[in-house]
Each structure stands twice: as structure tokens, then as C-alpha cells.
Design a binder for this molecule. Structure first.
Ligand code: MN
Ligand code: MN
Length: 453
């Protein structure tokens, strides 16, 4: 294997150009809803039709047709119908579009020491101290009782940001010094002007007046999803600009590459699908998570429009499918080498990283991919001259993690984890290598065309 993939490129322009578009996507899409909206726009531009509209209009689908289905504005599946029958299986690239963050509580507003505050409940695995003393933006949606949706974005571009205060080092000698903060410590400061003609809660009242201008009442936070995320754009990283630093690259880097790869596919033999789901970071639960029946139902609907649906055919289709659980893995970190086994863990600039299994402490909770499937993948990637690396994530017994792989494997399909290596995963700003991003995209293009029995 080459020491560093950059040497493969005489002209690095194709890598940099692809990643510039990715960087823009990352800067502009920080929630699952925003990512879904982005994917819909890409789909429509590329001739995909919306599934429910086709059902309503009694339209049929045939080989080469493109269709997408959206689940509650927070997950999306896009299909290109193959020439082979569904029963030969679907080639699926599946990523998640939710990322660790702080969610506003259903009753977030309160006052303390002359400040209007916003109470939060963190989502996913975070190191809490990282979220303090740094600029945060609020992204989300407020739904009024009559169903009107108000998009809520504060803190991007030159707009004012919000944030959580941290204690000055000078006063850390006393009991306030903490190694780790509790979730209840993560309170956002929202304002400091008093509405003096309000009878009580003057600081809260001032902020409520500002929200009222956007059509939002205090009670509306109950029917809202507002996420506090790192404010600002994704950046080129390194003096050589070989990397990208940005929020939410777990797993939007695999979502973006999988989606863009699908757009390269024309008239496939097997039906191909890019699946972008929500709620992975909290266990893939809920109606928009991978554990939901939604994907299965959607495949049934698509098969039906192709005139190929029966309960048994659906089971066979899922059973015979192949999937890349396209999720990030941890790259060996030069500042924390003790957590890794450099011989078996992922490195930057070596291409897409395959994790045969994830899990922790003796592979517990892992999807352990089959060598027969891996052999077919190796063959295809080598044929297409796509570089890749085969890794674990961290030292044995160091810890571990999971993805949506094991959930899809329940259908009996072949699944393997495959994605971009990341430095400081789950931090506010995660780092990836541009060449890995580009080669992951190429690997997904190759996978969509994979022929297996
Ligand atoms: Mn992930
Ligand atoms: Mn994650």
C-alpha cells in the first residue's frame, strides 16, 4: 500500500474541487432536516421523482427510473431502479445525518443572575467541556398549533451567536473545579437586557419579545426541535489545505459522498439505493431511526410501483441485498497514540476504511461482515483501482462503538462498515482528509455497481 495517497494525483484539482463542494455542504447543513432538504434538492435536480406523488398519480416505475422517499423531513431514501428484478437484491449505501449536539428542552427559557438562559439536553456522545466558551448557533424548526412551520436559524454568517460560559482559571481552586461537567451545566446564555415594564422575569421577557417577532411564543418550544450546534463554516485544515475541519462530519462526510456517488449511476443492473437516516447517535431509535420499519415499507412501495411486490419478494429482496454501512471510523491520532494500535487502525490519506466489525470488548454488539462478501468487494475495488484500508477502531478493550450495520444485517443481507477516517470524532470540529473523502466517493460509485449472486 502507498504511504500516502496524495502521490497518486499529479493534479490534485479533482480532489480539491470535490471537497470544496463538500465543505460548502457541511457549512450549510448542520441538522438532519437541513441535510434531508439538501438531498431532496440534489435528487430533484437529477431527475428523481417523489414516491408518494407517484403513488397518488398511479404512476409505474421501470428500469432506469429514479425515485426518492422522505421520512418526516429527517431521513431520505433514493433509488435508481435496476434492470435485474428486485429479488436479486439492492446495493445500498446507508449513512446517518444526525450528529452530536445540544437540544433545547421543551421549556428552555429561564432567568439567572440577570441573564436570560436556554436550558439544553445533550444529544449523543459529547465531551461536555468542549461545548463551553465557544460560539454556538441555533438551528431548527418551531411548529405552531395550526401546523405552520417556522424555520429557526440564529448564529450563522455575521449574525450574533449564543454560548455557554466557563469558569475563569483564577477561581478554579474551590469546589467549583470539576473534571467533568454534568448535563445540567450546559445552559446557554441568550440575553442580558431587561424589559423594565414587564412585571416579572424582565430578562426573559425581553428575549420573548424578540422571539415574538419571528412568530414564536414561549409555549411553542414544546412543539419545536432546536439544536445548538457550533457556529460558523467548515474550514480547510492544515497549511497544505489537505484536510477539512467542520462540525458533524460523523456522518455527513459519508452521507455526502454516498449521495454524490449515486448521482453518477446510470441504468444500473441491480437497483441501487442511498439511505440517509436520523437518530444513529442515540441508538437508531424512533420513527426516523434505522430500527424503524420505514425503510422496509419504502422498499415495498417502490417494488409495488415496479409491479414486483409480494410479501415474499420483499423478504427475498432484502435478504439478497448488499450494504455499505457508510459511517466514519477513528483515525490514529498523533496526540493520542496510546488509544490506538497503529498497525491495525485507520490512517489519514489511505482511502476509505473498512471495519469488518465494530462493537466493543470482544466484538460485542458488532456486525461481523462475511469474508465471501468482502472478497467480492475487494475484487470490485481493485478492478476499479480504488484504494482502501482494512481496520479496527482503537486498541482491543479500549472501547468501541456501533453503527446502523447490525440493524440492516437483521434482514439477512451482507453488510460491512465502510467510511472516512476522522480525527477528534464527536468533537465540535472534526477533521477529515480530502483524499479520503474523494476516494470514499469513488469507492461508493464502485460499490453501487457491485455484481453478486
Ligand atoms: Mn457515525
Ligand atoms: Mn457518532
Amino acid at each position: 500500500m502507498k504511504t500516502n495517497l496524495w502521490e497518486n494525483y499529479k493534479d490534485k484539482k479533482e480532489v480539491f474541487d470535490f471537497c470544496e463542494n463538500y465543505r460548502e455542504f457541511l457549512s450549510n447543513n448542520k441538522t438532519e432536516r437541513e441535510c434531508t432538504k439538501f438531498a431532496i434538492a440534489v435528487a430533484q435536480k437529477n431527475g428523481f421523482k417523489e414516491l408518494n406523488t407517484l403513488i397518488k398519480e398511479n404512476k409505474k416505475l421501470k428500469a432506469g427510473d429514479k425515485v426518492y422517499a422522505v421520512n418526516m423531513d429527517k431521513s431520505i431514501a433514493l433509488f435508481i431502479i435496476g434492470t435485474e428484478p428486485f429479488e436479486s437484491g439492492i446495493n445500498i449505501v446507508g449513512a446517518h445525518i444526525d450528529s452530536p449536539r445540544l437540544d433545547l428542552k421543551a421549556k428552555p427559557l429561564y432567568e439567572s443572575q440577570g441573564f436570560c438562559m436556554l436550558d439544553t439536553h445533550y444529544y449523543g456522545g459529547i465531551k461536555k467541556y468542549q461545548w463551553m466558551a465557544s460560539p454556538l448557533a441555533l438551528h431548527g424548526v418551531v411548529v405552531k398549533k395550526d401546523g405552520t412551520k417556522i424555520d429557526f436559524v440564529v448564529g450563522e454568517d455575521d449574525d450574533a451567536v449564543v454560548g455557554i460560559s466557563d469558569l475563569l482559571p483564577h477561581l478554579e481552586k474551590g469546589p467549583e473545579k470539576k473534571a467533568e461537567f454534568s448535563g445540567e451545566d450546559l445552559n446557554i446564555i441568550a440575553g442580558n437586557i431587561a424589559k423594565t415594564d414587564a412585571k416579572e422575569n424582565q430578562f426573559k421577557a425581553f428575549i420573548l419579545d424578540i422571539l415574538k417577532e419571528k412568530g414564536i411564543e414561549e409555549e411553542d418550544f414544546f412543539s419545536a426541535e432546536i439544536e445548538a450546534v457550533p457556529a460558523g463554516k467548515a474550514r480547510n485544515f492544515g497549511l497544505d489545505k489537505s484536510m477539512i475541519m467542520g462540525y458533524g462530519q460523523d456522518d455527513r462526510v459519508c452521507a455526502y459522498t454516498g449521495l454524490m456517488a449515486l448521482m453518477q449511476i446510470q441504468s444500473p443492473q441491480k437497483t441501487v439505493c442511498n439511505l440517509l437516516v436520523d437518530k444513529e447517535e442515540i441508538g437508531s431509535v424512533g420513527a426516523t431511526g434505522m430500527h424503524s420499519k420505514w425503510f422496509e415499507n419504502t422498499v415495498a412501495e417502490v417494488m409495488n410501483l415496479c409491479g414486483q411486490y409480494s410479501e415474499l419478494s420483499l423478504r427475498r429482496t432484502l435478504n439478497h441485498s448488499n450494504m455499505l454501512s457508510s459511517d466514519v471510523t477513528a483515525a490514529v491520532d498523533p496526540n493520542f497514540t496510546a488509544a490506538f494500535n497503529p498497525a491495525t487502525d485507520a490512517h489519514f490519506a489511505k482511502g476509505i476504511s473498512f471495519n469488518k466489525f465494530t462493537g466493543a470488548y470482544g466484538k460485542s454488539g458488532a456486525n461481523d461482515a462475511n469474508p465471501e462478501f468482502i472478497a467480492a468487494l475487494r475484487n470490485e475495488l481493485d478492478k476499479q483501482k480504488v484504494p482502501y484500508q482494512a481496520n479496527e477502531m482503537g486498541k482491543v478493550d479500549q472501547g468501541g462503538g456501533g453503527t446502523i450495520a447490525y440493524i440492516m444485517a437483521k434482514f439477512g443481507m451482507n453488510v460491512i462498515d465502510a467510511g472516512v477516517p476522522v480525527l477528534n470524532m464527536h468533537a465540535r470540529w472534526e477533521i477529515t482528509s480530502k483524499v479520503d473523502i474523494y476516494e470514499t466517493y469513488r469507492a461508493y460509485v464502485a460499490f453501487y455497481g457491485l455484481k453478486t449472486k
